[in-house]
Design a protein around this ligand. Sequence first.
Ligand SMILES: Nc1ncnc2c1ncn2[C@@H]1O[C@H](COP(=O)(O)OP(=O)(O)OP(=O)(O)O)[C@@H](O)[C@H]1O
Ligand SMILES: [Mg+2]
Length: 250
Amino acid sequence: MAIQRVKSKWAKTKVLLRAEPLRERIPLTKRWNITDLAHMLDTYAMVYVKPDQGTFGLGVVRVEKRSSDLYTYQSGTLLQSFTSFEQMAASLRKRIGNRAYLIQQGIPLLTYEGLRFDIRVMVQMNPKNEWETTGIIGRVGHPKKIVTNYHSGGVPKSFNKLMGAYLTESQTRSYGAWLAELGTDVAKQLQTEYPRLKEIGIDIAIDQSFQPWILEVNTLPDPFIFRKLEDKKMFRRIYRYCLAYNRRLS
Ligand SMILES: Nc1ncnc2c1ncn2[C@@H]1O[C@H](COP(=O)(O)OP(=O)(O)OP(=O)(O)O)[C@@H](O)[C@H]1O
Ligand SMILES: [Mg+2]
């Protein structure tokens, strides 16, 4: 039977929220509506507004309340400013139209040489039929953009190098082991609802106090981003597992 893919971020988020230990790792997420947008900006000052079924970071908007009379939002490289919530929300509403969108608590990402980065954790069903975390990699965002996706100018970089700016070697190793475990927990939880999953790619934000947050889970993760690493060991295993469960690779 074909490998299961699930497009709706909202559907996947709801499944993860059912698992008590995962709940606290998920930024507050709502379906697009003006009331929650106002509340969440009051609470978090920064939120992400994104398509329920987006890819490549397309259509993702970062919205900020900078003061009571300065609201901004940025999509792509264009930053727009407004003097009231109502003006900003009206403009955003026009941009979104009647497409399905989500609002998510914004996580202030750690930076590397001044640029924001997030983490992609690859989790696969291994040939022994167990969930295994097979890859962890960082993606450094383009200086003028609000997303870190490779297809939007993000640059893949080794997890050790990125975290090495903050943690010792042994701390980085334990942190990686923690993310690896979080990865298999996420896979097992999603499998309760989607039994034919074979692979997932989890986007994880690490905030300034080193808390990991699950931004979203991709069910058609790109294995080739791992080929960008100097050390090809991770990629080789990922690729081998892909072949084992007959993923079509182009
Ligand atoms: N809540 C958030 N806080 C901080 N940054 C975020 C948040 N949500 C998204 N981002 C940034 O925007 C990027 C794109 O968002 P997301 O992964 O949710 O959608 P997508 O990339 O379009 O989907 P896909 O990964 O399938 O291509 C993330 O990798 C991250 O850099
Ligand atoms: Mg993503």
